[in-house]
Design a binder for this molecule. Structure first.
Ligand code: GDP
Length: 300
C-alpha cells in the first residue's frame, strides 16, 4: 500500500491537492459542489462517474446534516470507495484453480503489455507456481525476442515460433502447458486498436482456438490499459469487452499520470475488475488492486 501510494504520487499531487483546497474551510454550498465537479472531471473520472459521485455526496451531506466544507472529505471518500469497490476482485490462482490456468492478454501497442506479462509471470512464479509464456505477438519479431530473452533470464519457459499465426502459437502453447503440467500459461497477443477490425477478428480467433485446446479456457481474458490515456481507456475497455468478453484489467503507468481518476470512470461505465495496477517499470512494480488502498492513497 505504500508502493501504491508512491505510485499514485502524480494523481495525488493534482487531485489530492485540489480536493484539499476545497475541503479547507467555509460552508458547503452550490459553489463548492461546482468546484468539486470540476476537480473530479479534471482527474479524468468522466461525466457519468462525476455525476454519480456528486449525487451520492449530496445525499450523505443532507442525511447527516453536514455544514462544513471539511466534512465533505469523508463523504466523498466513502462515495468513491463505494463506486470503485466492485472493481476489486483479485486474480487468485491456487490449488483450486484449473490447471493449466490459461490467461490471455490483450492491449493496444505501448500500453505496457509485454512489461505487465513479465511482472505477472514473476508474481505468480513467486507464489510457487510454474509459468509458461506463449509469445503470441507474431507481428513483431522484437516482441517475441524480448519475451524469450526475458524468460531465459527469469527461468520462465517461453513458447515462440518463427512463423505461423497467433492462433497456432496459442494452440501449441496451451497443449504444451497441459503436457508439461504447468500451473499458469500466459498467452501474449500482438498490440492492436479496437478500430482495426481484422486484428480484432484475429484475437477472437486466438480465443476460439485456445478454447479448442482446452474447453474450459481461457480462464482469464485480460486487457492491459495505459492510465495516461484517461477517458480513452474507458472506450478501450468497452471495445475489447464487446469483442472478447474481458474478465480483468491491468491498469499500467499509474505512477506517471495525474489521471488516476480513470478508475472511477471504468467503475461507472464498464466495471471489469482491475486485477492489478502497474506503478513503475521494474518487474516488481505490479500491485493487486484494492479499492481501499487506492482511495486512501488519493486522500492521505
Ligand atoms: P507493449 O507495447 O504494450 O508491450 O508495451 P511495453 O511493455 O513495451 O511498455 C511500453 C513502455 O511502457 C515501456 O517503456 C515500459 O517500460 C513502460 N511501462 C510499462 N508499464 C509501466 C508502468 O506501470 N509504469 C511505468 N512508469 N512505465 C511502464
Amino acid at each position: 500500500s505504500e508502493r501504491l501510494k508512491a505510485g499514485l504520487a502524480r494523481t495525488r499531487d493534482t487531485l489530492g491537492k485540489n480536493l484539499a483546497g476545497l475541503f479547507g474551510g467555509g460552508k458547503i454550498d452550490e459553489d463548492l459542489y461546482e468546484e468539486l465537479e470540476t476537480v473530479l472531471l479534471t482527474a479524468d473520472m468522466g461525466v457519468d462517474a462525476t455525476t454519480q459521485l456528486l449525487k451520492d455526496v449530496r445525499n450523505r451531506v443532507s442525511l447527516r446534516g453536514l455544514k462544513d466544507a471539511s466534512e465533505l472529505r469523508v463523504a466523498l471518500k466513502e462515495a468513491l470507495l463505494e463506486l470503485i469497490q466492485p472493481l476489486e476482485n483479485p486474480l487468485v490462482i491456487d490449488a483450486n484453480s484449473p490447471k493449466p490456468f490459461v490467461l490471455m492478454v490483450a492491449g493496444v501497442n505501448g500500453a505496457g503489455k509485454t512489461t505487465s506479462i513479465g511482472k505477472l509471470a514473476k508474481y505468480y512464479q513467486s507464489q510457487g507456481l510454474s509459468v509458461l509464456l506463449a509469445a503470441g505477438d507474431t507481428f513483431r519479431a522484437a516482441a517475441r525476442e524480448q519475451l524469450v530473452v526475458w524468460g531465459e533470464r527469469n527461468g520462465v519457459q517461453v513458447i515462440a515460433q518463427e512463423s505461423g499465426d497467433a492462433a497456432a502459437v496459442a494452440f501449441d502453447a496451451v497443449n504444451a502447458a497441459k503436457a508439461r503440467k504447468v500451473d499458469v500459461i500466459i498467452v501474449d497477443t500482438a498490440g492492436r486498436l479496437p478500430t482495426q477490425l481484422h486484428l480484432m477478428d484475429e484475437i477472437r480467433k486466438v480465443k476460439r482456438v485456445v478454447q479448442k485446446a482446452d474447453p474450459s479456457a481461457p480462464h482469464e481474458v485480460m486487457l492491459v490499459l495505459d492510465a495516461n490515456t484517461g477517458q480513452n481507456a474507458v472506450s478501450q475497455v468497452k471495445a475489447f469487452d464487446d469483442a472478447l468478453g474481458l474478465t480483468g484489467l491491468v491498469l499500467t503507468k499509474l505512477d506517471g499520470t495525474a489521471k488516476g481518476g480513470v478508475i472511477a470512470a471504468i467503475a461507472k461505465q464498464r466495471p471489469v475488475p482491475v486485477r492489478f495496477v502497474g506503478v513503475g517499470e521494474t518487474i516488481d512494480d505490479l500491485r493487486p488492486f484494492t479499492a481501499k488502498d487506492y482511495v486512501d492513497a488519493l486522500f492521505e
